[in-house]
Design a protein around this ligand. Structure first.
Ligand code: FES
Length: 65
C-alpha cells in the first residue's frame, strides 16, 4: 500500500527500513517520506513503531538504540 503519495513510497519499503534499524529521521532522509506535504507522517511513524515492536516480540526483548 502506498503511504507517501508525494514520493511513491510503500509500507513495505518503510517496514524494511525500520527492520534494518533505521530511525524515523533516517527513513525520512533515505526514502523522502514526510518531506513534501507531510500527510504521511502519522502512518509512517505508526509503521515504524509497529515494525520495531514486532521485531522486539520476535526476539523477546527491546533493543536499545
Ligand atoms: S504524502 Fe508523503 S510527503 Fe506528501
Amino acid at each position: 500500500m502506498y503511504v507517501c503519495l508525494c514520493k511513491g513510497i510503500t509500507d513495505t519499503q518503510i517496514r524494511s527500513a525500520a527492520e534494518s534499524g533505521a530511525s524515523i529521521r533516517e527513513i525520512r532522509d533515505q526514502l523522502g517520506v514526510m518531506t513534501e506535504c507531510g500527510k504521511c507522517a502519522c502512518l509512517t511513524k505508526d509503521i515504524v513503531r509497529t515494525s520495531r515492536k514486532e521485531s522486539a516480540d520476535a526476539i523477546g526483548y527491546w533493543a536499545v538504540a
